[in-house]
Ligand binder design. Structure first.
Ligand SMILES: Cc1ncc(COP(=O)(O)O)c(C=O)c1O
Length: 435
């Protein structure tokens, strides 16, 4: 019997909860069967039935060079020949740490980990150890991985699957209320709320963690004034400002959002692109804060596969290529073409849909205006999104299967790929009108 997505999903559901190893991969929010991908090249991937898709997930961000980039492949191959993992320091780790410190203005020292979740969890522990305080602030709709303290009104899959949470209540079963109560959840882009909370707890807040460009409640830009207020209040109250740039770092600009805004966080979390598609992430920042990490200081953090040589090789090769002159201009221009085309076709078809992008990251919203916070995203027409998603999928374009996710363009999405996508957009909007 030939393999179909349906037969594979049936098998998967027998042995893997929900048939997927990360909830957002399921089609629970849009209905239908997720595609089982067998191979990928450039801007495309192919499913088990041989169907080709233009990929706008890009492994949820890492694949900025497109799939199976020859130089990354070569670097991985060379690294593999030298052995898979040593559990000792390597020169390549030093090279990638030097590169990250050089490219991210606020990073003086950096520690490598294996996932974005580890990076944010470790950065929070470090901030708590450094300040000797417990409370943290996060923002509704921002997702920072799945550690206990951060699964409170979280974005991404949590927005897709959870009931709306009560203030300060965990987003997930299994998170002790005693842990969640230390997490204060505020509205994104609301500076007034920030002022009030800092006034209420002037010397109790260890850290504020924020996606400086939100990508887990669809794409929502942070207002410049909001980020400035954050910096000012954190300075005034001895609170550690953590930018979670796991998604936005190297996606919107070479130095991340912090290069675009000139606001410097105390700590930055990175992931996705820095591993080039292999499991690697990092957190880093001010030297005086990082010095509190073991083995120098009292905050414990460790990892058997941290700085794995193969992941580091993929990361270094990726970071080298994105530094080529004009790389981000081109990525920006291609994403702009996509977004402009979507806006144009929506207008022509009379569909209430708008779009936005920063660098190679974009959002499509079935609403009249671009949302500024989580509440605005919730007001968009989720049913319209579902119909659009399936129409696009039938036309061979794979968008994220949720209205609460951003999309990703790679440097391999050339004019022809964007034009093919926009034809699918035009046809999808037309088909949605007649229903
Ligand atoms: C902003 C942000 N932080 C943290 C994470 C968690 O990263 P990981 O899935 O590698 O644990 C994600 C994942 O999507 C993310 O988008």
């Amino acid at each position: 019997m030939s393999l179909t997505n349906e037969t594979l999903f049936a098998r998967a559901q027998r042995v893997i909860p929900g048939g997927v190893n990360s909830p957002v991969r399921a089609f629970a929010a849009v209905g239908g069967t997720p595609k089982f991908i067998t191979r990928a090249q450039g801007p495309y991937f192919w499913d088990a039935q041989g169907q080709r898709y233009i990929d706008y997930i890009g492994s949820w961000g890492p694949m900025i060079l497109g799939h199976a980039d020859q130089d990354v492949l070569h670097a991985v191959h060379e690294a593999m020949l030298m052995g898979f993992s040593f559990g000792t320091p390597t020169e390549a780790e030093v090279c990638i740490a030097e590169t990250l410190c050089q490219l991210m203005a606020s990073i003086e020292q950096v520690r490598l980990v294996s996932s974005g979740t580890e990076a944010t969890m470790s950065a929070l522990r470090l901030a708590r150890g450094f300040t000797q305080r417990d409370k943290i602030i996060k923002f509704e709709g921002c997702y920072h991985g799945h550690s206990d303290s951060l699964l409170v009104k979280a974005g991404s899959g949590l927005l897709t699957f959870s009931e709306k949470n009560a203030q300060g209540a965990p987003s997930s079963a299994g998170v002790p209320a005693d842990v969640a109560r230390h997490t204060l959840v505020l509205d994104y882009n609301d500076s007034e709320q920030l002022e009030q909370v800092f006034a209420a707890y002037p010397d109790q807040i260890a850290a504020v963690i924020v996606e400086p460009l939100a990508g887990n409640m669809n794409l929502v830009r942070a207002h410049a004034e909001f980020l400035k207020t954050l910096r000012r209040l954190c300075d005034a109250h001895g609170t550690v400002l953590i930018f979670d740039e796991v998604m936005s770092g190297f996606r919107v600009a070479l130095g991340g959002v912090q290069a675009l805004t000139a606001i410097r966080p105390d700590l930055t979390c990175l992931g996705k692109i820095i591993g080039g598609g292999l499991p690697m992430a990092a957190f880093g920042g001010r030297r005086d804060i990082m010095a509190h990490l073991a083995p120098l200081g009292p905050v414990y953090q460790a990892g058997t596969l941290s700085g794995n040589p193969i992941a580091v090789a993929a990361g270094l090769a990726t970071l080298k290529k994105i530094q080529a002159p004009g790389f981000y201009d081109r990525l920006h221009a291609q994403t702009r073409k996509l977004v402009d085309g979507i806006i144009l076709h929506a207008r022509t078809a009379g569909v209430a849909c708008c779009a936005d992008h920063v660098g190679g990251m974009f959002g499509i919203y079935f609403s009249k205006t671009i949302p500024q916070a989580y509440a605005g995203v919730c007001e968009s027409d989720i049913d319209m999104f579902k119909r659009f998603f399936h129409a696009m999928l039938s036309a061979g374009v794979y968008l994220a299967p949720s209205a609460f996710e951003a999309g990703f363009v790679s440097i391999q999405h050339d004019d022809q790929v964007i034009e093919e996508t926009l034809l699918a957009v035009e046809q999808s909007f037309a088909s949605m009108q007649v229903v």
